[in-house]
Design a protein around this ligand. Structure first.
Ligand SMILES: [Ca+2]
Ligand SMILES: [Ca+2]
Ligand SMILES: [Ca+2]
Length: 288
């Protein structure tokens, strides 16, 4: 009899522990605030013909989106107008102060965000590319979502005639990271996002992804294709790099947003030849 009683006591204890674990993890979930941050190569926004309403339907899934290949202010403003119509809430944008590139082709970098959720703390500006290592020097701004504040840097690497041109540029991204990391001693969240014209695991990024003391990772799996060919998705060119030491706010969840529905040509003609890529971050805490 005593043995049975003991057993029941034991079961009660286990039950209590299980309930406690359940409540504990549930309470974490109550306070969790996961937010999707994206980057997107828009394929000449403002110049190419676009279905802006469809584009807004795609991008409304994210709270902050970094844009490359923005050709003019009208394009980004039309996108913001459509996002506001689609979501019923206010959106804002930031455009780099000038276009960058070769004399034959230049583009702006841009950010768009849902105004209630995301705050632009400060525009930081271009990477001071003294060695002229980049055709389009990366551009950064300082944002805050919930408690999570971070510097988001946009990059659009050279495509060039050969892969070696792209690699030559890619070797310098560790210096871009160091520059933006060095801007603020206390703030250490730096996310470099955009179209790199190389997959994240390319050896040209190894100064960052293998050798850097901040243990920088690429967030999007290179097995995921991020650009749209005529008959299929192709190449994993878009990604985000961040420090796995400092940016523990990154949940490890990331991906591409495939809006093509298998219709590649129409997608290219009306939206872009790239998919948006994203990371999911936890915004209820910030450690720096
Ligand atoms: Ca921070
Ligand atoms: Ca720093
Ligand atoms: Ca952090």
């Amino acid at each position: 009899m005593a043995k049975i009683k003991q057993k029941i006591e034991k079961i009660k204890k286990i039950k209590f522990v299980i309930i406690f674990i359940f409540l504990f993890s549930y309470s974490i979930n109550i306070f969790s605030e996961e937010v999707f941050i994206a980057s997107f190569n828009t394929l000449r926004l403002g110049v190419n013909k676009k279905d802006y309403n469809k584009m807004a339907k795609i991008l409304k899934n994210f709270k902050l989106i970094g844009l490359v290949e923005v050709m003019n202010k009208n394009g980004i403003e039309e996108l913001v107008d459509n996002l506001e119509k689609e979501t019923g809430v206010k959106w804002k944008y930031n455009l780099s102060p000038y276009k960058v590139g070769k004399s034959s082709y230049k583009e702006f970098y841009g950010f768009i965000w849902e105004a209630e959720k995301v705050k632009l703390i400060k525009e930081i500006g271009f990477y001071p590319d003294l060695d002229k290592a980049f055709t389009r020097p990366p551009y950064g701004a300082y944002f805050k979502i919930g408690k999570f504040d971070f510097i988001m840097v946009l990059a659009h690497s050279i495509f060039g005639k050969k892969e070696s041109y792209r690699r030559a540029e890619a070797f310098n991204y560790d210096e871009v990271y160091d520059y933006f990391q060095g801007i603020d001693k206390k703030e250490n969240d730096v996310i470099i996002a955009g179209d790199f014209n190389l997959p994240g695991h390319d050896e040209a990024f190894e100064q960052m992804t293998v050798l850097h003391k901040d243990k920088i990772i690429y967030a999007v799996d290179p097995l995921l294709k991020t650009s749209i060919g005529m008959k299929a998705l192709s190449n994993s060119y878009d990604n985000m790099f961040l420090s796995s030491i400092y940016t523990s706010e990154f949940t490890g969840k990331s991906g591409t947003y495939d809006f093509t529905n298998g219709d590649y040509k129409k997608s290219r003609d009306s939206i872009s030849d790239h998919l948006p890529i994203f990371i999911v971050v936890e915004t209820s805490v910030d450690d720096d």
